[in-house]
Write a protein that binds this ligand. Sequence first.
Ligand code: NAP
Ligand code: F7E
Length: 383
Amino acid sequence: MARTALITGITGQDGAYLAEYLVKQGYVVHGIKRRSSSFNTDRIDHLYQDPHTENRNLILHYGDMTDSLNLTRIIADVRPDEIYNLAAQSHVKVSFDTPEYTANVDGLGALRILEAVRMLGRVSKTRVYQASTSELYGLVQEVPQNEKTPFYPRSPYAVAKLYAYWIAVNYREAYGMHVSNGILFNHESPVRGETFVTRKITRAVSKIVLSNQRELYLGNLSAKRDWGHAKDYVRAMHLILQQDKPSDYVIATGVTTSVREFVRLAFAAVGVEVSFRGEGLEEEAVVTAVDKEVFCRKVSSEAYDKFVKRVGEKVVGVDSNYFRPTEVDLLIGDPAKSQTVLGWKPEYDLHALVEDMMSGDIKLMKKEDYLLKGGHRVLNYFE
Ligand code: NAP
Ligand code: F7E
């Protein structure tokens, strides 16, 4: 019998990669999708099966993390072997604007899932993965951060996720439930949400080199993050639920990089050298050189002729609107436990991640350009 997984947040970055991975492993995957005025299934369209198809391995259900009746009914109907609770209002800056909603979805949402499993008598039948986060470390108390590092959350998002982390631990200890926290450090991909900093950078750099945008504005360029690839991180989620005993795991690369350096790497991926000058709100990046061979190969020779005229010009500036009321300055994870216990190792390093994101966005921006000029092709991120 195929195993059954239920993924909340299946339309998000991780939900899409996880669904693809589990379908390949032979699972029947159920996903919860909230109602929206547009389809919002771009990331999983390549997996979608018409409801009239027999023996489907991807089935979507309408639902919402704020609706416990709905979540309970879905869990009762699906009777999953594994639940991956990935749904969240996941943007840290937005959580300062929507703190109550974030607490409801990210904090109480986790409780609703756990309590539904318990009420339905599925404690020994359903394993639960809770999407915890390196944001829990916030104002870091130790460098690097491991499973024993004390938490110090710095945003409504992180505080909501702190509740979810501890309610998961509590259900494990109180009821013997197989529930585990994956404390995942930042992970990105070509389908990362467009307003997270890495994707904001790779999209903008792609538009800038295609001469469709002049400048990119960012917030704190000095923030440092431990960035990995989502494709590697969903493998870790699955491994965590395959362990005999539930536990909590840090998933990270062990390498940290500043936002400023990520910008430099994104331009470098298409043969453009930029250098930073000035400080604080006056800091900016200017183009210092263009490698013709790399640029023509990665972008196009047509675009080269236009872009090369921008040597010496500003392409990146700072806008204080992107600063956060309380910032997380430095994150770097210690993945020793996940490497030894789970045998997990990432395949992508930062350079491979930047390459993947830049080639995805160059392709996408060329298509958007084509659409703007009257083409009618449907954009599909996974093409
Ligand atoms: P994401 O791309 O923002 O996806 C979030 C998913 O949650 C989307 O499918 C979204 O639906 C859904 N969602 C939001 N509010 C909902 C609600 N009220 N009811 C039902 N579904 C709702 O996030 P991600 O990067 O894939 O991250 C997955 C999980 O891991 C999140 O819990 C995040 O907080 C956590 N996490 C992420 C990272 C990271 O670096 N990516 C690191 C650590 C932890 P829509 O598509 O309709 O918006
Ligand atoms: O910011 C700085 C910003 O929004 C990273 C979520 O997936 O990972 C993510 O949270 C850093 C911060 O991710 C801009 O101030 C500078 O220091 O890409 P981000 P995040 O806040 O680390 C964790 C692990 C999660 O759990 C979350 O769900 O970059 N930064 N300039 C900027 N950030 C953004 N978004 N936009 C800027 O213009």
